[in-house]
Design a protein around this ligand. Structure first.
Ligand SMILES: [Zn+2]
Ligand SMILES: [Zn+2]
Length: 344
């Protein structure tokens, strides 16, 4: 039997479909029948082949797709803590089990990671083999497309945690893509007043207004200070969280931050950003990078989704069969879509 898979085959722009033999679970692994897999900004960057993903080259050709959920259909030898037929979502970052952090029992600190859908075959295919350790059980009441949102929402939750958002604070979120939308949701849940800004992002900002109570502003034809003033939001923010991956957003965000405030950078930037360090020093501001959520955050996200099922579902704007993945990528690139879910 063969299956359709969407792959990165060479270090240049583009993706290719391939018919591949069905994978076999190796020791310690399970085979997951993918029911829903989200297209992530990372996948779009990999497709466009923007700077920052060069390390993927060694693993090519590789099936991409790292935000997914499905059902366990085969168990490899010694696959522990999982059961046949179990519904799971999968943490895409696999650990090596050999480095100092791993052998000391701190897998969050592993230095030898490989990403499912980046360094090894991912979920834009009917079947994917993954370490049993990476499987997270999906609770009753969450269907596959919601469960596939766990990974991006864990990134959002982690960024909000690093911003140390407190009730009553004002938080500015730059970038209304799925990660930014999730950040707005979690900041709001933490009791903050949220402003979410995008540039030429009418569709995603409309999704934001449907999903949460954030003030959603479009900077098309204006700039951040003017748009904030027009929305009555000129006062400095306690925290600014950047999820745009746009270099100018960093300096613009720092300028809207209060003395002692935190800028959390969650976007992936193709270029270095200029930063006025003297101003940063005098304002005693700090900049934190947010990348991968700790393992423990996954259960917090699943619990949040159970309480906010319809808000999270509103983030899924398009559902397509895998064979139409390229249309899904175009929708993500055009920023018409919030989250596109593919169904292999
Ligand atoms: Zn992702
Ligand atoms: Zn390790």
């Amino acid at each position: 039997m063969t299956m359709l898979a969407l792959r990165k085959t060479a270090p240049r722009p583009g993706l290719d479909f391939a018919e591949l033999p069905e994978p076999v679970a190796q020791p310690g692994e399970v085979l997951v029948a993918v029911e829903a897999a989200g297209i992530c900004g990372t996948d779009v960057h990999i497709a466009e082949w923007t700077a920052g993903y060069e390390s993927m080259t060694a693993g090519m050709p590789v099936t991409i797709g790292h935000e997914f959920a499905g059902r366990i259909v085969a168990l490899g030898e010694g696959a522990l803590g999982v059961a046949m037929g179990q519904r799971v979502t999968v943490r895409p970052s696999t650990v090596c089990g050999r480095c100092a952090a791993c052998t000391a029992g701190h897998p969050d600190g592993c230095t030898g990671r490989s990403g499912i859908g980046i360094g090894r075959d991912g979920a834009f295919a009917a079947l994917v083999r993954v370490p049993a350790l990476n499987c997270v059980a999906v609770p009753e009441g969450l269907d596959a497309e919601l469960a596939a949102m766990t990974e991006p929402l864990s990134v959002s939750l982690h960024a909000v945690d690093l911003a140390e958002v407190r009730p009553g604070q004002r938080v500015l979120v730059l970038g209304p893509g799925p990660i930014g939308l999730g950040i707005a949701l979690f900041a709001e849940a933490a009791g903050a007043e949220v402003v979410l800004a995008g540039v030429g992002d009418a569709a995603r900002l409309a999704t934001a207004r449907a999903v949460c109570g954030a003030t959603a502003i479009d900077l098309a034809g204006t700039d951040l200070p003017a748009a904030l003033a027009a929305a009555g939001q000129s006062a400095p923010f306690d925290a600014v969280i950047e999820a745009a991956g746009a270099t100018p957003a960093i300096e613009a965000g720092l300028l809207r931050l209060r003395k002692g405030g935190r800028l959390v950078v969650a976007g992936i930037h193709a270029r270095p950003a200029p930063i006025d360090l003297t101003r940063l020093v005098r304002m005693e501001q700090s900049i934190h990078g947010a990348y991968r959520a700790p393992i423990a955050d996954w259960s917090r996200v699943l619990a949040f989704m159970l309480r906010n099922t319809e808000k999270v579902r509103a983030m899924v704007t398009h559902r397509l069969p895998l064979a139409e993945a390229m249309r899904g990528f175009a929708l993500s690139q055009s920023r018409e879509a919030a989250k596109v879910i593919l169904r292999p």
